[in-house]
Design a protein around this ligand. Structure first.
Ligand SMILES: *Cc1c(COP(=O)(O)O)cnc(C)c1O
Length: 455
């Protein structure tokens, strides 16, 4: 049997609009709240932090959002990305399942993050922003923002979670190469950073802390704005380019997924590939399953609670209705830095609450085992985050084999791991371990947010 390996989309067939699933949702996400007034968030509430165009887009209820011409032209540097039939993986697993992956690792910075960094830098530019601040976990978002900001002539300050700053020194060099300034977070350049260092000496940092630092700088200066690489609605919209392309590519292949899988940090690469297909579940009665692969050390969908919570540690962000482990939850220092986030965005969380999204937890060692197998049979070394999706795709392909069913599985390869080789090296030397989160730690952090729930 001849298998088409790579399904390529022509540039002129690239989607011209992003998709917003909210108008098609059965239950709309609850509104995010201004924590001072406890009223639904308005554009005015967001404007001290975000540029006005982004603030407006965050609250958009439009189903289709036009991709600006300047953004489209930058997308063309690496988009459309290939959809690849993982025939090597199928053979290695001896499964009747057909496995496809969307290869977002081909972007210049090696991950899907550029899909949102480009429009975020663009909107800031047209709104007159001069300086951008942001946080980064593993450094992927910071790298993407660095190149996007350089393109639009904006300067960038990145707060990088301390553990990643130390684990991934080359990612800092990547950001510096593109011209960004990088600080290990918690840093001593912000008030909240200094407070965190005093309160938790020796902390390895967290995305929540880094966000607090970046937001603090943005609110202090009208020409400085903050950008976030996941969680928020506008980021989800931007990432739907992934799923919209994949849908067209599968159509070329004459296929449609029974299962769509992606790893879950704040939810943007998962939402990006899942939502365009989920639309057909909502509107046309399709029955595709959507699985979010989480690290067992940061299991917000499977073990978190659905509550209002802050997006950061200090409580500078709006209150977001989401599955959360509590904003003080500090995940173990696993190497999938991009998945060390305490909450899932409100759209994904509502869809999970309504049964459209399943969560599956994966332990660190299973993810690296999957990553190494994938490298050897498909030739791409996946990012430690993406290995979570691969591990779940392998589980589902083996289940299909057991059941003797020919399932079509699609997963998102959110990035490559070439700047994460230290983690692979450690794995191969037996130096990585699994982490089980004790229920008491989850309870403790989740109990703390009861006090901030709306009455
Ligand atoms: C940031 C990142 C993730 C997790 O973030 P989401 O917003 O949940 O997609 C996953 N994979 C890679 C490669 C990343 O850089």
């Amino acid at each position: 049997m001849k298998i088409t390996k790579k399904i390529v989309l022509e540039e002129h067939d690239m989607p011209r609009q992003w998709y917003n699933i909210i108008p098609d949702m059965v239950n709309k996400p609850l509104p995010s709240l201004n924590p001072k007034t406890m009223k639904p968030l308005t554009v005015e509430d967001l404007e001290p932090i975000f540029s006005p165009s982004i603030a407006r887009q965050e609250l958009s209820q439009e189903r289709w959002i036009e991709i600006p011409e300047d953004v489209f032209n930058l997308y063309r540097i690496y988009r459309p990305t290939p959809l690849v039939r993982a025939s090597g993986l199928e053979k290695a697993l001896d499964t009747p399942a057909k496995i496809y992956f969307k290869n977002e690792s081909v972007s210049p910075v090696g991950s899907h993050k550029l899909n949102s960094a480009i429009p975020q830098a663009y909107y800031n530019k047209i709104d007159g922003t001069k300086h951008i601040t942001t946080e980064t976990g593993a450094g992927q978002w910071g790298s993407a923002m660095s190149v996007a900001c350089k393109h639009f002539g904006l300067d960038l300050r990145v707060f990088m979670v301390k553990v990643s700053y130390e684990q991934k020194p080359f990612r800092k060099a990547v950001m510096n190469t593109y011209g960004a300034k990088v600080f290990a977070s918690p840093s001593d350049t912000t008030e909240i950073g200094r407070k965190m260092r005093e309160q938790f000496p020796g902390t390895s940092g967290s995305l929540g802390m880094a966000i607090s630092e970046a937001v603090e700088e943005a609110v202090k200066d009208p020409y400085t704005k903050y950008t976030l690489g996941s969680v928020l609605n506008h980021v989800m919209f931007h990432q739907t380019i992934v799923g919209l392309e994949a849908e067209k590519q599968l159509e070329i292949a004459g296929d449609y997924p029974d299962i769509v899988i992606a790893c879950l940090g704040g939810g943007s690469n998962f939402g990006g590939i899942a939502m365009p297909f989920m639309r057909h579940n909502l509107v046309d009665g399709y029955k595709t399953r959507f699985i979010a692969a989480e690290p067992a050390s940061c299991p917000k969908l499977t073990r978190g609670v659905f509550r209002y919570d802050y997006g950061d540690t200090e409580g500078y962000t709006p209150l977001i209705p989401m599955y959360t482990l509590g904003h003080d939850f500090e995940p173990a220092s696993i190497h999938a830095g991009g998945l060390r986030y305490h909450g899932a965005g409100s759209i994904i969380s509502q869809l999970a609450k309504d049964g459209y999204v399943e969560g599956q937890d994966v332990q660190q060692l299973e993810t690296f085992e999957a990553g190494i197998l994938f490298s050897r049979v498909e030739g791409i070394i996946p990012a430690p985050e993406s290995t979570h999706a691969i591990a779940v795709a392998i589980r589902e392909a083996l289940k299909a084999k057991e059941e003797g069913k020919e399932k079509t599985i699609l997963f998102n390869l959110s990035g490559h791991g070439l700047i994460d080789m230290m983690s692979y090296d450690k794995y191969m030397h037996g130096q990585l371990e699994n982490y089980e989160v004790p229920q008491s730690l989850i309870d403790e952090n989740v109990n703390k947010i009861e006090a901030i729930q709306p009455k």
